[in-house]
Design a binder for this molecule. Structure first.
Ligand code: GDP
Ligand code: IMO
Ligand code: MG
Length: 424
């Protein structure tokens, strides 16, 4: 049985939610392993559209067990809202949703700190989603965090929250000149959410070890994208976790040697939300058209996404970082009415040409993309069921990418709905 890691191969929003939903029909367990409600994974089927932030995207197609792994940071109040949305669609979560007792809790002070620190950075702001992600991982690594399993002991929880709040209030008052936080209010707001989610909190590490022993099929759902990885991304313009395949084991407890596949998701062009270097970003009509055709507005914050051509230097880097052995190409249809389509094959820097993705963010800011140009296919790729029936010029474009990166596209997505996918 497959134990497959699915990662975003760009800067996020590649269509991971859509592909996880599609694959979950043949999957026993779908596991989120990092990030938090900064993610927005859109799923469309029949007349339904739902954006999931914390719950794995495996709830709606088949009966996979959905696990929020230890590596995720969870805002209990956001989770309750999401549980209610999912239940409204008619999905029963009993025996379907499992939340790791080791996952860390995002508390209101993490969100306050996220926003205060962003404000203080001024023009150097990261452009975070404001969901408290960075500060929550700081608490975790500083060993001050509260874990989902700690929510049951109210006395201890109260003491821990009070200690953290006392500490943070000193910074808010004396360093940031911001209003102080009230620990009791946090507890009062949190209590109904704890009651609502506590039935789902358990030892998911044991659950997944048993699943591995039973040779169950498991899909590890990455959030964000490889280029937002805290180690391998465009630091400091990254998220605070490891979305790359390497993070999947740490964030779930599944051992590396159990993994059989690494599937990357890439758009047929590129987007980025938030700040940071983006060599192929477009500021012209073509960029506007990508945004309009692709409805490129953040699924979590609603911000317009920055849009540009596909960057093969960056994609090849993601392929190698994650050891991808399969790729899904999404949003091919967005390019259907372009006269010409460009793809970046190299960067130029200080007069030299390179196909190596620079790890220095300052350098990445200054590289100039070198493009290969393709004629557009000017016809609809939607509702095509077979790979070979795609427009000839679209096939040329796809085959060029495959050859460059050395990995085949096993899926091509030509629309947001589950059935708008060509399986090769
Ligand atoms: P994720 O974060 O990687 O799950 O991606 P998002 O849900 O944030 O953004 C992807 C957007 O593209 C969503 O609105 C999807 O419904 C949509 N989408 C996914 N695949 C396709 C596709 O092949 N074509 C089009 N037109 N839209 C798609
Ligand atoms: P999905 O899972 C796109 C970006 C933010 C910001 C940076 C840090 O839907 O692909 P954070 O709030 O994580 O501290 O913000 O990361 N970012 C995303 N961009 N898709 C996402 O998730 C993202 N999650 C975070 O815009 O630049
Ligand atoms: Mg998204």
């Amino acid at each position: 049985m497959k134990i497959r890691i699915l990662v975003g191969a760009q800067w996020g929003d590649e269509g991971k939610g859509k592909i996880v939903d599609l694959l979950s029909a043949d999957t026993d367990y779908v596991v989120r392993y990092q990030g938090g409600a900064n993610a927005g994974h859109t799923i469309k089927f029949d007349d339904q559209e739902i954006v999931l932030h914390l719950i794995p995207s495996g709830m709606f197609n088949g009966d996979a067990k959905c696990v929020i792994g230890n590596g995720v940071v969870i805002d209990p109040i956001a989770l309750v809202e999401e549980i209610e949305e999912v239940e409204e669609i008619g999905v029963t979560l009993k025996d379907r949703l499992f939340i790791s007792s080791s996952a860390h809790v995002i508390l209101p002070y993490h969100k306050v700190l996220d926003n205060v620190k962003e404000k203080n950075r001024g023009k150097d702001a990261i452009g975070t989603t404001g969901r408290g992600i960075g500060p929550a991982y700081v608490s975790k690594v500083a060993r001050l965090g509260i874990r989902m399993g700690d929510l049951a002991n109210r006395e201890k929880l109260k003491k821990n929250i009070q200690q953290n709040v006392d500490d943070i209030n000193k910074a808010l008052e004396h360093v940031y000149n911001e209003p102080k936080i009230d620990a009791q209010k946090i507890l009062d707001d949190l209590t109904p959410a704890i009651d609502r989610i506590s039935p789902y909190i358990c030892n998911t590490t044991e659950l997944l070890h048993n699943a591995v022993d039973k040779k169950a099929s498991i899909l590890l759902e990455g959030a964000q994208g490889s280029l937002l990885d805290v180690d391998h991304g465009t630091y400091p313009y990254v998220t605070s976790s490891s979305p790359t395949a390497g993070g999947a084991c740490a964030g779930s407890g599944i051992p590396p040697l159990a993994i059989t596949n690494a599937l990357g998701i890439t758009k047929a062009y590129s987007t980025r939300v938030g700040n940071g270097p983006y060599p192929t970003e477009l500021f012209d009509e073509a960029g506007e058209k990508l945004r309009k055709n692709g409805a490129e507005f953040g699924a979590t914050t609603g911000r317009p996404r920055r849009c540009g051509w596909l960057d093969l230097v960056a994609l090849k880097y993601a392929v190698r970082l994650n050891g991808l052995n399969e790729l899904a190409l999404t949003k091919l249809d967005v390019l259907d009415d372009f006269e010409t389509i460009k793809v970046c094959t190299h960067y130029e820097h200080n007069g030299a040409k390179t196909d190596v993705f620079p790890l220095d963010t300052g350098e990445l800011e200054h590289v100039k993309p070198v493009y290969k140009e393709f004629e557009g296919w000017n016809s609809s790729s939607r509702n095509i069921d077979s790979f070979d029936d795609l427009p000839k010029k679209a096939l040329e474009y796809i085959r060029f990418i495959e050859e460059y990166i050395g990995v085949p596209f096993t899926m091509v997505s030509t629309g947001p709905k589950r059935n708008e996918t060509i399986i090769r």
